[in-house]
Design a protein around this ligand. Structure first.
Ligand SMILES: [Zn+2]
Length: 72
């Protein structure tokens, strides 16, 4: 678990006023689904993209390219 995302249930308020699309895959976010606010990029993500992205993040919420050795 990390602190890079805020998880919340998609409310009508969020879907109408902020977004109803995932910021990565542009899938529809649906009322009542779990969604994740990416505090680095200021966007909402669906569960799938959240899982993929958080897998690639280090503890500082930086996306680390696997195998490229950015952080030694
Ligand atoms: Zn997505």
């Amino acid at each position: 678990m990390n602190n890079c995302f805020i998880d919340q249930i998609a409310s009508q308020d969020i879907l109408l006023r902020v977004t109803n699309l995932c910021g990565v895959c542009y899938d529809d976010l649906k009322l009542g689904e779990m969604i994740y606010y990416d505090m680095q990029e200021y966007r909402y993500l669906c569960q799938k993209c959240y899982e993929e992205l958080s897998d690639k993040m280090n503890s500082n919420c930086e996306v680390v390219d696997d195998g490229e050795g950015l952080f030694g």
